[in-house]
Design a protein around this ligand. Structure first.
Ligand SMILES: Nc1ncnc2c1ncn2[C@@H]1O[C@H](COP(=O)(O)OP(=O)(O)OP(=O)(O)O)[C@@H](O)[C@H]1O
Length: 293
């Protein structure tokens, strides 16, 4: 079975609102990042892929299965939604077992898979912990355990690191990378750091349209040679921000070191600076809003 998601000319309307506009995308094995601001259409796209929402038009196949064949699709896909919640009084293993029952697994399969999955997401020692006593990171890991328990070829994870502390965030990202070794992990986020650390291939979505698809290195290429740094007085900052795309500000007393994206050197004394993915993403969004900086 070919592990691939193919999306051709996909649109999704909610009444007059076009949440997805003629999306074309191909996603292969490994981690794939879907980046975009709130309201870009990421959740809608994930819901179409996971058969929770019907598309309005276009073609979508997952491992060569058309998305319309929802019961077959559900067998090969796992989903961790943005707001994954479980009954607080259930213990980790009870919660996972309960979800496995709902997905139709037999008692025998569950007896084997529930402990195995808890181990995999590092909750083996905490299998008796009640959901209400879990940290945000633990709940997310329990969410991943339920998403992978039926060994799907594709895992869809919406806003995975929201509400996690830095340590939990890194741990969770590492878990996703491990899972992606022999599957597709599609990760939707508005946090550039989430994809920068983990995904080679990405798509940037804005207002229902794909602004960019390709490798993170190609996104960086677009901003290369356009990033500058300058030392300015804090007083000047508002006027500079009005005129230029400022992607970083480090204030120290009455002065500030800023990072600016500009086609030409923006001001006297500005020197070249290294570009990061955040700069490239902000430049892309800025251009999409009709600015030229
Ligand atoms: N059921 C719905 N009915 C009407 N409009 C909807 C519905 N679901 C989503 N939308 C609209 O479609 C657009 C895309 O929403 P979506 O939730 O997919 O964005 P998103 O990128 O996931 O953002 P967020 O990170 O805030 O969830 C938004 O303008 C939203 O208001």
């Amino acid at each position: 079975m070919e592990t691939r998601i193919e999306i051709k000319d996909l649109s999704k309307n909610f009444g007059k609102k076009q949440a997805l506009k003629r999306i074309d995308l191909q996603i292969d094995q490994g981690m794939f990042g879907l980046l975009g601001p709130n309201g870009a259409g990421k959740t809608t796209l994930m819901k179409v892929l996971t058969t929770l929402t019907k598309k309005s038009s276009g073609e979508v196949t997952l491992c060569n299965i058309p998305v319309e064949q929802s019961s077959q699709i559900r067998r090969i896909i796992g989903y961790l939604p943005q707001e994954f919640s479980m009954y607080g009084n259930m213990r980790a293993y009870e919660a996972l077992d309960y979800l496995a029952v709902l997905s139709g697994m037999s008692k025998q399969e569950r007896a084997e898979k529930v402990p195995e999955m808890l181990e995999k997401v590092n909750l083996g020692d905490q299998h008796k912990t009640k959901v209400k006593a879990m940290s945000g990171g633990m709940k997310r890991r329990l969410g991943i355990a339920q998403a992978i328990i039926h060994d799907p070829k594709i895992i869809v994870v919406d806003e995975p690191t929201a509400g996690l502390d830095p340590e939990e965030r890194v741990r969770f990202r590492n878990l996703l990378c491990e899972i992606a070794k022999d599957r597709i992990v599609l990760l939707s986020t508005h946090i550039v750091g989430d994809i920068e650390a983990t995904c080679e291939n990405i798509a940037v979505l804005n207002q229902g349209e794909i602004l960019f698809r390709g490798k993170v290195s190609q996104l960086l290429e677009a901003v290369k040679g356009k990033v500058y740094t300058a030392e300015v007085s804090a007083m000047e900052l508002p006027a500079i921000q009005e005129k230029f795309l400022v992607t970083g500000i480090l204030t120290s007393g009455s002065s500030a070191t800023i990072k600016i994206i500009s086609e030409k050197p923006p001001m006297k004394g500005a020197g070249p600076a290294g570009a990061d993915v955040e700069d490239a993403y902000m430049y892309l969004m800025h251009q999409a809003q009709g600015h030229r900086g």
